[in-house]
Design a protein. Structure first.
Ligand code: SAM
Length: 331
């Protein structure tokens, strides 16, 4: 397969691809996808699984070593498991992980595990059924909890629970999520609410900085910082004294990690994107469909790596300028 490449961008090695399998989702989270008025990508413009596989193989040749499958909701797309099976056979991919809202996890967890995937992130912003329904637009908390339980039973490790912290919405549950780590081996990760997409309901009042979350969690006991390892990504990790699980904080805004960001994104529509917050994209689907040669396509991946912005620059410009929904970029 590929020669050992070091896809350097300054001091960063860009070796992590987040692949949006679909822009469709079975939830309508207030911060992500509005109930009405979403312009879904027409089906014929969404990458087929064959195209995704080819682009992952080419990206590997440009130095990508880790893939996270995201969306939209990856588990709503038909044929996802056979795709996962093929993806897991791609040589030189060191890690494949999945981000899901967990609604269909109970149904698919065993098949996912059989494909050799055991790292999973489940998004869950409330443990209260009514509040969950208010945030996501659907009364599915019980399904998500069943999915997480099944993943635990099957030995997924780690199971990361992603909580978007929003003032006045779920800030009263920060401690409940923290307490969960005393009884469960989950990695609960608090994510700062990000101003992304057109109708994301973000306001500065709703934003809770990571430090404030940390201060609240300290009331539960001593929070010991954990050593950073190369698979951690951008989270600052802690463990509460005596807890089975971990706490993570992702300060995408207050403590941005652009200097360490090793991510490239491939949208469901087949565009390469260097930064979540920048709408500058490179269309790789059109040349792929036109039958351009392998070298040209690999060069486009390298170009996307090369053009990756130094930082997200959110403090210098209007955050809402990023017009795509998170669901179509791949969160
Ligand atoms: N459907 C999958 C899920 O729910 O995890 C994958 C896609 S979702 C867009 C990926 C992650 O992005 C979720 O953890 C979600 O909470 C997060 N997310 C989406 N919009 C966000 C925002 N405005 N601020 C912070 N996180 C956001």
């Amino acid at each position: 397969m590929s020669t050992e490449l070091s896809p350097q961008k300054g001091n960063r090695t860009i070796n992590y691809l987040r692949l949006s399998v679909t822009d469709r989702c079975n939830l309508r989270c207030i911060y992500c996808m509005p109930e009405e008025g979403v312009d879904f990508v027409p089906h014929n413009q969404v990458l087929s699984y064959e195209e995704m596989l080819r682009l992952v193989e080419l990206s590997v040749k440009a130095g990508i070593r880790k893939v996270r499958l995201t969306g939209g909701e990856p588990l709503v797309r038909k044929g996802f498991i056979p795709f996962l099976e093929k993806l897991s056979a791609v040589e030189e991919l060191k890690e494949i992980s999945l981000t899901t809202n967990g609604v269909l996890l109970n149904e698919f967890a065993l098949d996912i595990k059989r494909c050799g995937i055991c790292r999973i992130n489940v998004s869950l912003d409330s443990l209260d059924p009514q509040k969950f329904a208010r945030i996501t637009g659907r009364d599915y908390l019980h399904r998500v909890l069943e999915g997480i339980k099944e993943a635990e039973r099957l030995g997924f490790n780690p199971i990361k629970i992603n909580v978007v912290a929003m003032r006045g919405i779920n800030d009263d549950e920060i401690l409940d999520f923290g307490r969960l780590t005393f009884t469960k081996p989950y990695h609960v990760r608090f994510i700062e609410f990000m101003p992304i997409g057109k109708n994301n309901s973000w306001t500065s009042d709703r934003f809770i900085p990571a430090d404030e979350i940390l201060t609240a969690l300290r009331t539960l006991g001593e929070l010991k910082p954990l050593e950073h390892n190369s698979l951690d990504g951008p989270a600052q990790r802690y463990r509460l004294q005596g807890a089975k699980g971990e706490i993570g904080l992702i300060g995408a805004i207050s403590n941005h990690f652009c200097a360490q960001c090793n991510r490239l994104r491939l949208t469901a529509e087949g565009h390469l994107r260097g930064c979540l917050f920048s709408d500058k994209e490179i269309d790789i689907k059109t040349p792929l469909r036109e039958g351009r040669g392998e070298e040209d396509l690999i060069d486009l991946v390298k170009l996307a790596i090369d053009r990756k912005p130094k930082d997200h620059g959110l403090l210098q410009r209007d955050p809402k300028k990023c017009v795509r929904h998170m669901s179509s970029i791949g969160g």
